[in-house]
Design a protein around this ligand. Structure first.
Ligand code: SAM
Length: 234
């Protein structure tokens, strides 16, 4: 269970209504029952339920069960999609170990689509489900050119480009030096040609192809991350 509090032996942790409800009525836990908790910094701990109140639950942290894991230093920049599909992206990218989820507005993106709280809630749920001990950081939703303006020079940005001329991602990643990286996937309507031309001029951008067919944006995210994982082992 993800908690937003420091974790140390004897520490008391209060849970909000939603989490209290989940423990009591979904998992059917009671006072004295153990719960595994993590906060993204201190590893996984065993905690014990002290009691439930009206809309709350308190726990006491007992001992550490796992040290904090190390996630790959991989960001995912993606153009916000429709509700169900953006939920899917947050969930799958979290399961695949992405360290930062960063919605960016491209020229063909609807800027009203991002709900960071919902994105984060999906990421928290996915982290809990896959037993990852961190939740991806959320980048502030900004236009793509703003996200790229302060781009760290040592971080490669793999641009998933459907145009067909890009080298296959597997080939590119096999030769890539290890280090910080990011993947960029466009919106349903793809990137604008002028946008692709501007991206091509940036020294840290490396176009990659995901095969001969045009994948939906959410499929492209999973395909790119699966290649990343199988080639880097992360
Ligand atoms: N309407 C666009 C077109 O026909 O050019 C297709 C956009 S595609 C549905 C959404 C995004 O997924 C693209 O911007 C790209 O980032 C990624 N994508 C889809 N298929 C791809 C492929 N075969 N190789 C690389 N990226 C791909």
């Amino acid at each position: 269970l993800y908690v937003d509090s420091p974790l140390a032996e004897g520490q008391s942790v209060g849970l909000d209504h939603e989490r209290a409800h989940f423990l009591r009525h979904v998992l059917r836990l009671d006072r004295g029952d153990p719960v595994a908790v993590f906060n993204g910094r201190d590893g996984e701990w065993r905690a014990v339920i002290d009691g439930f109140g009206k809309g709350w639950c308190s726990l006491t942290v007992a001992e550490q069960r796992r040290r904090q894991d190390v996630t790959p230093d991989l960001w995912l920049l993606f153009a916000p999609l429709k509700k169900g599909r953006i939920d899917f992206v947050a969930e799958k990218a979290t399961e695949m170990g992405v360290s930062r989820l960063w919605p960016v507005f491209t020229r063909r993106t609807d800027p009203n689509r991002v709900n960071i709280d919902r994105l984060r809630a999906n990421a928290v749920e996915a982290a809990e489900q896959c037993e990852r001990l961190s939740v991806p950081e959320m980048g502030e939703a900004v236009p793509l050119d703003r996200a790229l303006a302060d781009w760290p020079a040592d971080r490669k940005l793999y641009l998933c480009a459907e145009a067909g001329s890009a080298r296959p991602i597997a080939e590119v990643l096999r030769d890539a030096p290890p280090g910080p990286a990011a993947l960029l996937v466009g919106p349903e309507g793809g990137f604008d040609q002028s946008e692709l031309d501007e991206l091509a001029k940036l020294p840290f951008v490396v176009p990659v192809g995901l095969g001969p067919r045009i994948l939906r944006a959410d499929t492209a995210v999973v395909a790119a991350l699966a290649c990343w994982q199988s080639l880097t082992g992360d």
